[in-house]
Design a protein around this ligand. Structure first.
Ligand code: HMG
Length: 419
């Protein structure tokens, strides 16, 4: 029996209602703003109020994907939420989302965790679910939702962010057909980034984490070539665009450099001017144009790779048939590299993907309010703590977290009303 092919049929993003300018953060930390803006490649950073959590962001993004792409909730047969910032040690974020979207009781629902790789694990599971013939004509909803927090005055602080990307996977995808014969995997135990059960903040061995990421790229790419039978179908000059996990946009440049080196089987040093220029040229065409959303949202962990893909689909006006690559890295570490082919319908759906209105409505935080927000978020979900009030943050409509009573998380409002 030949395997059923599947791919991404719908996508939507939902971030936070507030953001911080990187220049303001740099000024407050006594750092040259160019370090954050040019050195890390970030302009702004989404910051979640105590009333926005992984559940609210995931639900709003998922609701938006279904609504904008005219998908009935009854068509969803699998729901997977990839997150590393879940709200409970036991209960999955996915089951809250299932309830708030009104999905069917026979919809298989679970959460995946492997740092930033969690949503890619969900996406490839959905491909397998369809390929195995278990979908019975239904679609899978995969949501990547996270709040990246390293804490005030840490090296990781400028690489925070928050947001969710929802994707519907189906047998007749309208955006991107995924090619299972081009996917490769990589796993290795490393302590590059982790968040112990007792901590709201992530710990990172920052420079080491960059090396782990790049080595994982080479490992996953080699496995993908083995799966494809040769490196030829995955060749860079056959790819219209390359999407990488984006903790900060400079990381995508480093990843692309390693992509070229791995394909060429050669390390490229600064003095190899011809190769450096070739990498620069391909980065400017295949990677840089699609990092605009990441540069104003920051690291959204599981969703970062897919935010770059959304940026491409909303802006590139592809004719259809373009092959693109996706690389997901999750610290700890796990990774996957694969490719997909853009559908002829994708360009006509670009407007439905565009989160411009949502981003324009965001409000700027000053440093005092930002620091207050971070402090309040530390205890906002403690049982019977002062309940977070959307009115304190001028959040007058939408779906929000409003505190924990009798050890049960409380939500108010609706995804449909969220700006
Ligand atoms: P740092 O040590 O503060 O920064 O931490 P730096 O000194 O390495 O500088 C950063 C860049 O700015 C460098 O560029 C500097 O040269 C440049 P590079 O050499 O790398 O190309 N720079 C300047 N440029 C222009 N003008 C200036 C200037 N000054 C310096 N004046 C670090 C940076 C990323 C390590 C830190 O923010 C951190 O620890 N972040 C968290 C960890 C992280 O994001 N790791 C990424 C790879 S692992 C990953 O992606 C997984 C992750 O998403 C988690 C998951 O999987 O769940 C994190």
């Amino acid at each position: 029996m030949s395997a059923r092919v599947s791919g991404i049929d719908a996508m939507a993003f939902h971030g936070t209602q507030y953001y911080l300018e990187m220049a303001d953060l740099a000024a407050a930390r006594g750092v040259d703003p160019d370090k954050y803006i040019l050195g890390l490649g970030q302009r702004q950073m989404a910051v979640a109020t105590p009333c926005e959590d992984t559940v609210t962001m995931a639900t709003v993004a998922a609701h938006r994907a279904l609504e904008r792409f005219d998908i009935d909730p009854g068509e969803i047969g699998t729901l997977i939420v990839g997150t590393e910032t879940g709200v409970d040690h036991s209960k999955p974020v996915a089951v809250y989302v299932h309830d708030m979207l009104g999905l069917a009781p026979n919809c298989r629902t679970f959460e995946t965790k492997h740092a930033c790789y969690g949503a890619m694990a969900g996406l490839t599971s959905a491909m397998d679910w369809i390929s195995a013939g278990r979908a019975r004509g239904r679609k899978a909803l995969i949501v990547a939702s996270d709040i990246a927090r390293y804490g005030l005055n840490t090296a990781g602080e400028p690489t925070q962010g928050a947001g969710a990307v929802a994707m519907v996977v189906s047998e007749k995808p309208r955006l991107l057909e995924l090619d299972p014969t081009s996917f490769g995997d990589y796993t290795r135990q490393v302590m590059d980034f982790w968040r112990p059960l007792y901590s709201k903040y992530a710990f990172a061995d920052g420079h080491y984490s960059i090396d782990c990421y790049l080595d994982a790229f080479s490992g996953a790419w080699r496995d993908a070539c083995e799966n494809a039978g040769s490196w030829d179908p995955l060749r860079l000059d056959r790819l219209a665009a390359c999407f990488y996990h984006v903790p900060f946009t400079k990381m995508a440049r480093k990843a692309h450099h390693r992509h070229c080196e791995t394909e060429w089987g050669k390390k490229v040093e600064r003095e190899d001017t011809e190769q450096v220029a070739a990498i620069r040229e391909s980065y400017d065409q295949q990677v840089a144009p699609w990092l605009e959303l990441n540069s104003v949202v920051g690291n959204i962990y599981t969703g970062s790779l897919f935010l770059a893909l959304m940026d491409y689909l909303r802006k590139a006006q592809p004719a259809g048939g373009e092959r693109v690559s996706v690389f997901s890295y999750g610290s700890g570490c796990g990774a996957a590299f694969g490719t997909g082919v853009v559908t002829p319908e994708a360009a006509g759906l670009a407007e439905r993907l565009d989160p411009a209105t949502h981003l324009e409505q965001r409000r700027k935080l000053d440093m005092d309010r930002y620091e207050e927000l971070i402090r309040l978020s530390e205890t906002a979900d403690h049982n019977e703590a002062p309940y977070p009030d959307p009115a304190d943050w001028q959040l007058d409509r939408g779906l929000y977290f409003v505190g924990t009573r009798d050890h049960v998380r409380q939500y108010a409002g609706s995804a449909a009303d969220t700006p």
